[in-house]
Design a protein around this ligand. Structure first.
Ligand SMILES: CCCCCCCC/C=C\CCCCCCCC(=O)SCCNC(=O)CCNC(=O)[C@H](O)C(C)(C)COP(=O)(O)OP(=O)(O)OC[C@H]1O[C@@H](n2cnc3c(N)ncnc32)[C@H](O)[C@@H]1OP(=O)(O)O
Length: 175
């Protein structure tokens, strides 16, 4: 099914996943889809490897973590969350030389916490490589970043605007 991109999210300076100046990081761009899912299309590099030809599980986990955590901003644009629990199922090796699509969506929001699920799809946009469930604690951004400033949180224009994406996956909300 084809999903329309509604919005491109901001990037940070130094975050391992989305930091545009983090030389070891993935520099991912995140998009909000019309169905309430946040996605990033990315590709690992050799320095993200575990066994040869496969992405390290910790990197897979980081990708899922941030993608789910960002999904809250579709309905609550001002909310920031810190991860308090993350479960990842590694279903198939994630290759390093091919594009993957990481998807995250919110399943429950209650009081100071929210929960979400995520999936990593292979380049065929269908094969499930990993799935995840996360719980996040809502926190004021200034309590999270302390004396650091928000100035590095910025909109990065795409050279080629991503307007839609085709995904062969059913996004279920179990809770
Ligand atoms: C400069 C510009 C900004 C740039 C930003 C760019 C990058 C991000 C881009 C986009 C963001 C969106 C994506 C984010 C995704 C990635 C996020 C991460 O990787 S975050 C790092 C890992 N996680 C932590 O570091 C949390 C560490 N934990 C804590 O800080 C504390 O535990 C905290 C604040 C969560 C709670 O501590 P308390 O002292 O305020 O409160 P207490 O009383 O301990 O807990 C409150 C309730 O929460 C439960 N709780 C706390 N921790 C729990 C846990 N681990 N598991 C289960 N429950 C927990 C407690 O049991 C309590 O529940 P009861 O009120 O009693 O019902």
């Amino acid at each position: 099914m084809k999903y329309k991109v509604m919005k491109k999210q901001f990037n940070s300076d130094e975050c391992f996943v989305c930091g545009i100046h983090n030389h070891a990081g993935l520099k991912t761009a995140f998009y909000e889809l019309e169905n309430g899912v946040v996605i990033t299309i990315t590709k690992g590099d050799n320095f993200h490897q575990s066994y040869p030809n496969r992405m390290h599980g910790g990197i897979i986990s980081a990708l899922l973590d941030e993608t789910i955590g960002r999904a809250i901003n579709i309905t609550e644009p001002e909310t920031w969350g810190v991860t308090i629990k993350l479960e990842v199922s590694y279903r198939k090796p994630v290759p390093l030389d091919e594009e993957i699509v990481v998807c995250g969506w919110i399943t429950k929001t209650k009081g100071m916490t929210f929960k979400g699920e995520g999936v990593i799809l292979a380049k065929d946009r269908k094969t499930v490589l990993a799935t995840s469930e996360g719980t996040y604690f809502k926190q004021n951004i200034h309590d999270i970043i302390g004396e650091h400033r928000l100035s590095g949180w910025q909109f990065i224009e795409d050279t080629h605007a991503v307007t839609e994406i085709e995904l062969d996956h059913e996004f279920t909300r179990s809770e």
